[in-house]
Write a protein that binds this ligand. Structure first.
Ligand code: FDA
Length: 369
């Protein structure tokens, strides 16, 4: 039987598309550059613990349809993301909330906390923030900025906060309740047994053939000739041979270790917010699933400037890159047989629920539903 769709990339976008196409009787071939399926949501079992190979992945959404959709592929646990900030050994709750303010200043009521922040904002006297530092201080005052934002942000971007544009921080989540839940979304959790099973189930149809360790660019011309339609979830600038130059990203470096102890840090996510500690976060994977194994697995996350060939994690959506992307998008629109999607194809940071929604909307359009 002839293949109807070639899907480039087996991440959530490509896999959702492949699953939906097969459901409609289409034959799909999926090619994946890595030696495993799943893209960045990939999890693998180490010491009986589901390890998030490409950084902490917490599923959260307000969209009941998307929540019901993912629950068809896995059962989710009751995990609620409540990260901790470690500033030189002082522990604070995130996002900034009454627990954080109480620890910082000893305040007890929301009125006291608001007064403290207002007082600091007034003293700083910033009318029109010129950079990220001024923007952050004008939103939350000096103490929170100094202890919980400055060092973390400077490590993340590899630049001084006074040299970063103000627009990076538009809003900062500040809550005047004793609520440590990071997300405001109605639905949240971690799939029991990990994310990889979701992708496995999506790609399980007899109509889907998956080929790992296969880079689209090794035989680009052949694929373009051979397949009537291509769903491409790789980097859009690479597809067009970087004609308008490279789109920039921020990258990360992960260092994972198995520790011979039951509980390392007592929480799944701890942010190191000082400037000296070289990593930004430590993930202890077992706490995503309330694990009680005798050993534990931790991952330290080091921010990294992206250079060509590095894993592109976060698109750097500044004005220059967005303009460049628009030009690539125009080229993409001239190719009706290639559908561009996912975080690399759209040069956009998508959360998991958003990338599934984006794939389902492409499916709807493609099958005229
Ligand atoms: P993804 O990158 O996953 O898949 C693309 C696939 O295409 C990859 O497998 C790649 O190898 C393959 N590919 C690329 N070029 C190719 C080529 N030339 N040939 C063949 N294959 C090719 N979201 C959320 O909701 N909650 C969270 O907590 C987090 N946390 C988080 C942490 C970190 C560190 C990151 C970077 C991201 C998150 N996310 C997240 C976002 C989440 O990872 C994201 O929404 C999905 O992985 C996007 O799926 P895609 O299919 O678009 O890309």
């Amino acid at each position: 039987m002839n293949v109807d769709y070639l899907v480039v990339g087996s991440g959530l976008f490509g896999s959702t598309f492949a699953y939906e196409a097969a459901k409609r009787g289409k034959k799909v071939k999926v090619i994946e550059r890595r030696n495993h399926i799943g893209g960045n949501v990939y999890t693998e079992q180490i010491e009986g613990i589901q390890v998030h190979r490409y950084g902490a992945h917490i599923f959260h959404t307000n969209d009941k349809k998307i929540w019901d959709y993912v629950n068809e592929f896995a059962e989710f646990n009751r995990y609620t993301n409540s990260p901790i900030a470690n500033y030189k050994g002082e522990i604070y709750n995130l996002p900034f909330n009454m627990n954080t303010f109480n620890k910082l200043w000893g305040v007890v009521t929301p009125q006291e906390a608001k007064a403290k922040i207002e007082e600091q904002k007034r003293k700083a006297n910033i009318m029109k923030p010129k950079n990220l530092e001024e923007q952050a201080i004008s939103l939350v005052g000096t103490d929170i900025y100094e202890k919980l934002i400055k060092g973390y942000t400077e490590k993340q971007w590899g630049r001084k906060a006074t040299e970063l544009p103000a627009f990076i921080i538009k809003r900062l989540p500040v809550r005047f309740t004793y609520d440590n839940n990071y997300f405001n979304d109605r639905y949240q959790g971690i799939p029991i047994g990990g994310y990889t099973q979701i992708i496995e189930k999506m790609l399980a149809s007899d109509l889907i053939d998956v080929e790992l360790n296969t880079d689209f660019f090794e035989k680009k011309e052949m694929y373009l000739q051979q397949y009537p339609k291509i769903v491409y979830t790789g980097m859009i600038d690479q597809f067009f041979d970087y004609r308008y130059g490279e789109l920039e990203y921020r990258s990360l470096h992960f260092k994972t270790a198995i520790l011979d102890q039951e509980n390392y840090q007592g929480n799944a996510v701890v942010n190191y917010t000082d400037a000296e500690t070289p990593f930004t976060r430590v993930i202890e994977h077992k706490h995503f699933e309330f694990g009680t194994q005798p050993k534990t697995v931790i991952t330290k996350e080091y921010p990294k400037t992206w250079t060509k060939g590095d894993e592109p994690y976060y698109p750097l959506n500044d004005v220059v890159n967005n303009e460049k992307f628009k030009k690539y998008r125009t080229l993409a629109d001239e190719l009706p047989n290639v559908l561009f999607g996912g975080r690399l194809g759209m040069y956009k940071y998508y959360d998991m629920h958003q990338v599934i929604a984006a794939a389902l909307s492409v499916v709807k359009k493609e099958f005229s539903e």
